[in-house]
Design a protein around this ligand. Structure first.
Ligand code: SF4
Length: 322
């Protein structure tokens, strides 16, 4: 087994709001090995993106409060100075977001923005940065990159903007990429090509990947290991094969049944009943209990702990303890 590049231990993130305390991530632990691709899956509001922001130390304090430990490439992230953290962001860890328009600056050309990152982080001259930017745009499939250097973000289509953001993310040759719902805002046909591109770049650059999505179908093709989150908790963790072929948590089963199946005769999609709980007033015990078809009395009283059911396969459900 190779060394972990990222270790998340007992990570908790809460927000102290006027209406109360919202715990977005609750005591979660997982690790990602060098070269591994890890998918973090769950519905909106389950805490996936907050987990990514905590790893990057981007939680604003206050109202946010973070505890636990994140170790990246041997460094304890929460103990680094602001300057040390700044140098890790962008050069060792890069991020691509769901909406490139919010991450890219609309008033500068794409060439100026990527060039700026290269000159600041890698001390390149203006000409070197320009040449490298053309190479990067070509690498991610932007046609006529020499001309498109001078285009603004709004002049690109959604899929092309996502390619530009990937070029920016790759500019400093990071060892770790966080992709936060990178295909959600795109047409279905474009989603597949962007996923393929990310996969191709991961293999080519030998990076590790944390891929965040609400769509379990998406991680089936792109990830080695999967963590399933529900209402702030990691409820199941395992290899892609374990999660798809031997799912153990009722929520994971619900997610799998929600994937449309063209080969099914009668029911081709079974949604999970009910809605995600109000995170300011979550139910007692297992937070999935109001929606769970297998809920028992104990589920309404006690939060189940993660239990290792087979090497590397964990699930948090009272069914495994009875
Ligand atoms: Fe369902 Fe109970 Fe398991 Fe929660 S602990 S998933 S409510 S059976």
């Amino acid at each position: 087994m190779s060394e972990p590049i990222l270790q998340v231990k007992d990570l908790t993130v809460s927000f102290h709001l006027k209406r109360g305390i919202l715990t977005a991530v609750d005591s979660n632990s997982f690790s990602i090995e060098k070269g591994e691709t890890f998918g973090l899956v769950g519905e909106s509001g389950s805490g996936k993106s907050v987990t990514a922001r905590a790893i990057m130390r981007l939680i604003r304090t206050p109202p946010g409060k973070t505890s636990g430990e994140v170790v990246f490439d041997g460094d304890k992230v929460f103990e680094l100075s602001a300057k040390q953290m700044e140098s890790i962001r962008g050069s060792k860890i890069a991020m691509v977001f769901q909406e490139p328009m919010s991450a890219l600056n609309p008033v500068f050309t794409v060439g100026a923005q990527i060039g700026d990152v290269l000159r600041t982080n890698l001390a390149m001259t203006k000409n070197e940065a320009k040449e490298r930017t053309v190479e990067l745009l070509r690498l991610v499939g932007i046609p006529s990159p020499e001309k498109r250097l001078n285009s603004y973000v709004h002049e690109f289509s959604g899929g092309m903007r996502q390619r530009v953001m990937l070029a920016m993310a790759l500019s400093c040759d990071p060892m770790f990429l966080i992709a936060d719902e990178p295909t959600t805002a795109l047409d279905v046909t474009i989603q597949a090509t962007i996923l393929e591109l990310i996969k191709d770049m991961i293999d080519r650059f030998g990076m590790s990947l944390l891929f965040i999505t609400h769509n379990l179908g998406v991680v089936a093709h792109s990830c080695d290991k999967i963590g399933v989150m529900y209402a702030s908790h990691l409820v199941e963790l395992g290899t892609k094969e374990e999660i798809f072929n031997n799912p153990q948590h009722p929520y994971t089963l619900g997610l799998l049944n929600s994937i449309p199946r063209m080969d099914a005769n009668e029911k081709w999609l079974t949604p999970i009943d009910g809605y995600v709980c109000d995170m300011l007033d979550p139910p007692k015990g297992c937070k999935f209990n109001p929606r769970c078809p297998k809920a028992m009395d104990i589920c309404r009283e006690q939060q189940p702990a993660l239990k290792e059911l087979a090497p590397g396969h964990f699930s948090a459900c009272h069914l495994h303890h009875s």
